[in-house]
Design a protein around this ligand. Sequence first.
Ligand SMILES: Cc1cc2nc3c(=O)[nH]c(=O)nc-3n(C[C@H](O)[C@H](O)[C@H](O)COP(=O)(O)O)c2cc1C
Length: 198
Amino acid sequence: MILRNKKIGFAMTGSFCTLADTLPAMQELVNRGAIVTPIFSYHVYDCDTRFFKALELRQRVEAICGQEVMHTLMQTEPIGPRRLLDMVVVAPCTGNSAAKLALGIIDTPALMAAKSQLRNGGPVVIGISTNDGMGNSAKNIGMLANMKNVYLVPYYQDDIAKKPNSVVADMRLIPEVCELALQGKQYHPILLRRGGDD
Ligand SMILES: Cc1cc2nc3c(=O)[nH]c(=O)nc-3n(C[C@H](O)[C@H](O)[C@H](O)COP(=O)(O)O)c2cc1C
């Protein structure tokens, strides 16, 4: 019920291998009655990868949300001054976007949406996905965790043998994290042993 009629900006950034795992959460937000506006980083809007053709992803997302993807700074800038959204989700959130958001560097539509929301004192939910989450990105994730109005989707090390620094959020938890974030609370535990296991 908490999500019913809530206006949520869902910003996707270039963790291309995680995009497919994130779509069910987007669908679930819609199922719970949220009005979801999709937002893509420039790379997500432009890049054809082995995981997704850019156009195919856009069509899938627009079918889920029933709205066109926002993909320019001009489209996302009014989110702040016109208070267009109740919450912004950034998922998947790359190490690149996490670093920039932590340091106040705002140069993509996804980051513009998040920054606009923070400027209004509204919640921003981050679903990290980066293979240096235990390395160079760890400090940036820590900075985000410590920022007012930022809430983390619980995450785990997804391949300790081959990619020991890699972390990925359990995107299935996004709806629950959003419900709590709208009440000003962080979902716990933030650190998972494995996706969805605890
Ligand atoms: C196929 C492919 C997969 C990638 N996967 C990831 C990833 O899982 N996590 C990550 O942080 N960056 C990943 N990257 C790198 C980002 O896409 C790159 O840092 C980009 O600048 C991110 O821009 P954005 O955050 O504005 O979308 C990947 C790149 C490619 C081409």
